[in-house]
Design a protein around this ligand. Structure first.
Ligand code: NAD
Ligand code: UDX
Length: 515
């Protein structure tokens, strides 16, 4: 086959956009066109205001899409789907595969409707044989289904179908794409399919050969689901242990560190949290559960279902701890949530733990203030995330673009995203703090701020010190929240001792309550 000249990617989302930007950057000789039905999303990809926030992405898009460093642009975004399909040698399918909402398998099976619609577009538009690449995460057997769709809709053409699942994580997508642990390519074993697999491998020109793994189609499809399920399982395992820590006095970070020193266990994905979020883990675990049930492997299905159950339990446990510390009633109390994104360095809020925690707190009658360094600029997203809850959400939830303002009169501050922004490392470096803040090894320093000093002057001093970093101004927050200045750290980001010195009482996941 001739060298690939054109790639079309169907789906301009969190996978399609960054993946194609990196492919275009690394292969100046390949024209990459990303297409989507969503006109707004494509318009954003063509603008300076990209639809997703991902560190390092905009710099790559500027070069490849706009040719800012003098190179020929080779990354395009378009809604002209048929035209892009017609011209491409390789077509990626990177559309969403959410959990089915109705019909057989509702609530657990993957909805392959978008994959099938993409396949139909290809069958209708492609004039000749093409290489079709499944990038989306799909149940095993999906390539087989695609083959039968093509066989019925385009019997005269023979497409080579490959599985090439994506393993990037949001927030580190560019790093993951540039330096992947592996590139997985599943194919049939006939000469034509193997040649297609080699052609696809050559697109990953920057990845060392020994990291490109070839398997059969079923293995590739299942390996992607398995990877996400095993990662989610590790988090649920550590979170289940965090409950035991809170009840016994063991400290989950010490436990995690001790076990991670065993090289067979390793240190990744062992951070206890208020629960995992994101668009992948929950739905991929559910997809595996459905596959197992379809195969009548009910014990296997139950085993994996428990990974999601523990995650729900963890979010509820966290909320219960807050309610209990606030004397069992939240009526008319104000609670501040720090962090709405499901993890740091993304603006994505899909399945964020914040949504579940907020819903449970609102059901208790409280008012919420929300601050997120990325999502606060898109307050409507937060209201959309809560719209299922119904009544008067907009009156009881206020979104702030400033952390200190969000905390005024709050009974508690809940940290639900591990943004570096919330860290207390600046507090450890006492040379950067104004005197009236460092003096506070007990409540007395804060009292000076609250009661003794001219507050505007004191606050401006504190702000000046903190403006040197992008860290939240915990000194100023101490002066505006209600006593006993409760902080619930659902991500292990703050140092309880440093905040304790400012008069806060910190309750951390996986650590016994401070009495
Ligand atoms: P997304 O929702 O951000 O993007 C999917 C896009 O596909 C949407 O813009 C949608 O409009 C478009 N689309 C759907 N059907 C279409 C059609 N027929 N024609 C044209 N466009 C169509 O989804 P995502 O987060 O990018 O995920 C895509 C796939 O990759 C999923 O299967 C997901 O499980 C998998 N995945 C996601 C991640 C992640 O971090 N988000 C990582 C690895 C794998
Ligand atoms: C995940 C997989 O990591 C990635 O390989 C796959 O391609 C897509 O799904 P993503 O969901 O973007 O990526 O982020 P990830 O870093 O895995 O975090 C998922 C959730 O787990 C986040 O809410 C995160 O805060 C939480 N998490 C992660 C923990 O609670 N503890 C950890 O130790 C790690």
């Amino acid at each position: 086959r001739p060298l690939t000249k054109r790639i079309c990617c169907i789906g301009a989302g969190y996978v399609g956009g960054p993946t194609c930007a990196v492919i275009a950057q690394q292969n100046p000789h390949i024209e990459v066109t990303v297409v989507d039905l969503d006109e707004v999303r494509i318009a954003q990809w063509r603008s300076s205001n990209l639809p997703i926030f991902e560190p390092g992405l905009s710099a790559i898009v500027e070069v490849t899409r706009d040719g800012t460093d003098g190179r020929q642009p080779n990354l395009f975004f378009s809604t002209a789907i048929s035209a892009a399909i017609q011209q491409a040698d390789i077509i990626f399918i990177a559309v969403n595969t959410p959990t089915k909402r109705m019909g057989v398998g509702a609530g657990s099976a993957s909805d392959l409707g978008y994959v099938e619609s993409a396949a139909r577009m290809i069958a209708n538009a492609a004039p000749a044989d093409k290489i079709i690449v499944e990038k989306s995460t799909v149940p095993c057997g999906t390539a087989e289904r695609l083959r039968s769709i093509f066989a019925s809709l385009a019997p005269a053409r023979s497409f080579s179908i490959l599985s090439n699942p994506e393993f990037l994580a949001e927030g580190t997508a560019i790093k993951d794409l540039l330096n992947p642990d592996r590139v997985l390519i599943g194919s049939l074993k006939d000469d034509r399919s193997m040649s297609a697999a080699r052609e696809l491998a050559s697109v990953y020109s920057w990845v060392p050969h020994d990291r490109v793994v070839h398997t059969n189609l079923y293995s590739s499809e299942l390996a992607k689901l398995a990877a996400n399920c095993l990662l989610a399982q590790r988090i649920s395992s550590i979170n289940s242990l965090s409950a035991i820590c809170e009840a016994t006095g063991a400290d989950i970070s010490e436990v995690a560190n001790a076990v991670s020193l065993d090289q067979r266990i390793g240190r990744h994905m062992l951070k206890a949290s208020a629960g995992f979020g994101g668009s992948c883990f929950k739905k991929d675990v559910l997809s595996l559960v459905y596959i197992a049930e379809s195969l009548h492997l009910y014990d296997v299905a139950n085993y994996w279902r428990a990974v999601n159950s523990i995650n729900e339990h963890q979010k509820s446990r966290f909320t219960s701890r807050v309610i209990s510390a606030l004397h069992g009633t939240l009526l008319r109390k104000k609670i501040t949530i720090f962090g709405w994104a499901y993890k740091k360095n993304t603006g994505d809020t899909r399945e964020s733990a914040s949504i579940s925690v907020a819903a449970q707190l609102l059901a208790e009658g409280c008012e919420l203030a929300v601050y997120d360094p990325q999502v606060s600029t898109n307050a409507q997203q937060i209201y959309r995330d809560l719209e299922d809850i119904g009544t008067n959400i907009r009156e009881r939830v206020r979104v702030w673009d400033n952390a200190v303002d969000a905390c005024v009169d709050a009974c508690a501050v809940l940290i639900l995203t591990e943004w570096d922004h919330f860290k207390t490392d600046m507090l450890a470096d006492t040379s950067t703090l104004p005197e009236n803040c460092t003096a506070a090894s007990s409540d007395s320093g804060i009292d000076m701020l609250d009661d003794g000093l001219d507050l505007p002057t004191a606050k401006s001093v504190v702000h000046d010190a903190f403006n040197k970093s992008d860290r939240v101004d915990w000194c100023a927050i101490a002066s505006v929240v209600q006593r006993p200045r409760l902080v619930f750290d659902g991500r292990g980001v703050v140092d309880p001792v440093a905040l304790g010195a400012l008069g806060f009482r910190v309750e951390s996941i996986g650590k016994a309550s401070v009495t």
